[in-house]
Design a binder for this molecule. Structure first.
Ligand code: HEC
Ligand code: HEC
Length: 263
């Protein structure tokens, strides 16, 4: 296996995020199915507005492939999903990295997928498959197999979203859990739900049952728009976190367990 581990990420959380902002005119329209989530972000603007935003570096240019993510996602969601077939495909193509039951690999920062939301999983598979989200490991995994197929995404997501969540996840050192919980309530719960299982539609991911290192690595990479489809305001929100807040959030969330709704 020639692909690198771990995925590239900043050595530390950016600490100057509160003085950064999005170049005007770079915002892309919110996705149709996620409109509700992004409208909720408007309610967070008072919080974000307090972050003394000035003009900072612009977003990287969108790739052409990004435009295909939404139609491919909708195509996959309209199919009849077969979780039994999905389980077999997962065992064949995915389990060597994500673990036999989708429970991830802490050392390689490979995420837990078991019990993640169905629509979110489908969208991420479309996005990773189209290389609108960076991950050399996933691009390789999806291009080399029948995994580059909306039916497979629907089947695998149907299996994973109903798979049992792990009973144990890697947590942080506990020093900033209280700060993390307080920050979560103020900045994150409006979209990810009080219980951190995501939104009603399932496009906002569950942050439960996930490992600390993966959560922290995503918070380090989202501000650099390694997922090109996300809203720049969300990236700015994550960028605004101080290192202690980010560590506390990842630590608090990694201790949240239990089942999530399927859809
Ligand atoms: C070579 C190892 C490897 C293989 C094989 C692999 N993955 Fe991954 N996968 C990763 C890594 C590493 C990440 C985290 C990427 C990042 O840091 O953004 C990931 C991320 C994901 C995500 C995003 C999860 C989230 O919470 O956003 C999904 C969904 C996913 N993989 C599904 C699959 C499926 C389905 C297969 C089989 C078709 C598969 N993976 C095969 C390594 C792998
Ligand atoms: C406006 C709604 C919104 C708010 C507020 C929000 N998020 Fe998110 N978050 C999302 C969406 C939507 C995604 C999925 C992005 C995608 O499709 O790639 C996401 C993805 C994530 C992920 C990646 C999960 C994974 O499995 O890879 C993490 C980590 C995360 N958010 C943490 C946070 C934290 C911490 C906060 C608060 C500081 C927060 N979010 C606030 C909407 C939001």
């Amino acid at each position: 296996m020639a692909t690198p581990f771990p995925e590239t990420m900043p050595a530390a959380m950016p600490s100057d995020g509160r003085n950064r902002a999005i170049a005007p005119g770079t915002a892309r329209p919110a996705r149709r199915r996620r409109g509700r989530a992004w409208r909720r972000l408007a309610r967070c603007t008072l919080v974000i507005g307090a972050l003394a935003i000035i003009v900072g570096p612009g977003a990287p240019a969108a790739r052409a492939t990004e435009d295909s993510v939404e139609p491919l996602t909708q195509t996959a969601l309209a199919l009849t999903a077969d979780p039994v077939h999905g389980h077999a495909q997962f065992a064949r193509y995915c389990a060597r990295c994500h673990g036999a039951s989708g429970r991830g690999d802490v050392n390689r920062r490979i995420p837990v997928l078991a019990n993640q939301r169905f629509a979110y999983l489908v969208r991420q598979l479309a996005s990773l498959s189209e290389e609108a989200r960076d991950s050399a490991n996933m691009h390789h995994a999806l291009s080399a197999t029948v995994a580059h197929d909306p039916q497979t995404w629907a089947d695998v997501a149907a299996y994973l979203s109903t798979a049992r969540a792990p009973s144990h996840t890697q947590a942080g050192d506990g020093r900033h859990v209280a700060l993390g919980e307080a920050t979560y309530r103020i900045l994150c719960a409006s979209c990810h739900h009080d219980d951190a299982w995501g939104d009603d539609d399932g496009f906002v991911p569950s942050l439960r049952n996930q490992n600390y290192a993966y959560l922290l690595s995503q918070m380090g990479r989202i501000p650099a728009l390694h997922r090109r489809g996300i809203d720049e305001n969300f990236a700015a929100l994550i960028r605004s976190l101080k290192p202690d807040e980010a560590a506390g959030l990842a630590d608090y969330l990694s201790r949240q367990r239990g089942p999530t709704p399927r859809q």
